[in-house]
Unconditional design. Structure first.
Length: 393
């Protein structure tokens, strides 16, 4: 069990370098559209502030190549100021003399948000000197950025090797919830997967299939599974690698005696029709492109969901970003919300879908991680978690 901030004593006056995941969604004009990740981080920040710590927050936004004012964390500092009036300052850099001086002038219970750490290429390179500069700002390191726990970066891994460390409340909750769902599942356990790339989800599907009672597969990846079973899918999105991966999963899951349930009908469009008008079909052929699960499949999935006591969902079940093809994903989101099962939804698109369907409040656990969630569900270790000290050491 990893050491939590609950296990840290004598925090008053201590400089805490808190790694958060403030990679908030933005629209095309650069406006932040959802502040959930900041809200989810408030309990950890508040806990440290109330105990008189000097909280130095390190985070990222997007994938900049050098400094990019459009990806500055300044707007996030303004959000934090609303929750902690009079306590928040912003540093226009991450390391250097100016930052050192700002840290030195911090009062107990105050907050300093550093600029986007990914403005520095040394961050993603896990540069040891960059990690040393970051570590020199603080007495203790706290990682609460579950969404990047699978990244071996300077601020998620390098710094943790140089300072006494712990995890925050958000990270602790993510680890406990996901590990418990895999190690002690409530039965019947139904897992639902969507999205496009089968290869990215081989390990997680196989690991979950060991304990799940049924695995439902939709989205673009379903067409690779259908081809592996000998069906035609018209011009639907597939690749040789994905079909090979799907075939491997089918063989191994069947050998376990478990069920994989695939779409039995589709909402499609004709590639020759530039208007992309949708229609229902049981068979995909010719120029047909599958873009959503059909009503028969929705009903089939809903029946499995209704009988479940635990549900894990990762990946949309169609091109939900297009109005013509969002019905399947939204109906399944609402079915999960109605179910009596304990529900876990992870992955950016799945989370976005339950929010758009206005049923996110009825989901038991919405994971803040995408790749991190999948890796943890796969049974893999995450560098950002592994490097944290054990509770009783």
């Amino acid at each position: 069990m990893k050491r939590s901030i609950r296990d840290l004593v004598g925090l008053e006056g201590k400089r805490i370098l808190l790694r958060t995941d403030f990679n908030l969604p933005m629209n095309k004009v650069g406006r932040i559209t959802d502040t959930t990740r900041v809200v989810n981080e408030l309990p950890t920040i508040r806990y440290l502030v109330e105990r008189g710590a000097k909280v130095i927050i390190c985070s990222h936004l997007g994938r900049p190549k050098g400094f990019d004012f459009r990806l500055s964390l300044w707007p996030i500092a303004l959000i934090l100021m609303k929750y902690f009036p009079g306590k928040v300052q912003f540093a226009h850099k991450v390391i250097g003399k100016e930052v050192v001086e700002q840290v030195a002038s911090m009062s107990n219970g105050s907050i300093l948000l550093l600029e986007n750490v990914r403005f520095y290429k040394e961050e993603t390179e896990n540069d040891p000197e960059f990690a040393k500069h970051l570590a020199s700002l603080a007495d203790i390191y706290v990682n609460d950025a579950f969404g990047v726990a699978h990244r071996k970066h300077a601020s998620t891994f390098g710094v943790a090797r140089l300072l006494p460390n712990a995890i925050g409340f958000l990270m602790e909750n993510e680890i406990n919830t996901i590990e418990d769902a895999i190690e002690n599942p409530k039965k019947p356990f139904v897992a639902i997967f969507g999205g496009a790339k089968v290869q990215d989800k081989i390990k997680v599907i196989l690991n979950i299939a060991k304990v799940a009672d049924a695995v439902l597969i939709g989205g673009a990846m379903a067409y690779s599974f259908l081809v592996a079973q000998g069906y035609t899918v018209g011009q639907s999105l597939i690749s040789a690698d994905n079909v090979s991966s799907a075939s491997q999963i089918l063989d191994e899951v069947n050998a376990m005696g478990k069920r994989i349930i695939l779409p039995i009908d589709h909402i499609a469009y004709n590639l020759a029709d530039k208007k992309m008008k949708s229609f229902e079909t049981d068979v995909l052929s010719g120029d047909m492109v599958g873009a959503d699960i059909g009503p028969k499949t929705v009903k089939l999935f809903e029946e499995e969901i209704a009988g479940a006591r635990q549900i894990v969902w990762n990946g949309p079940l169609g091109k939900y970003e297009d109005d013509e093809f969002k019905a399947g994903t939204f109906k399944i989101a609402k079915a999960i919300a109605r179910a009596k099962a304990y529900s876990i939804v992870g992955g950016g698109d799945s989370v976005s879908a339950v929010k758009q369907a206005k049923c996110d409040k009825l989901i038991n656990h919405i994971s803040t991680g995408g790749g991190a969630t999948l890796k943890l569900m796969s049974g893999e270790t995450l560098p950002g978690i592994d490097v944290i000290q054990e509770k009783y050491i």
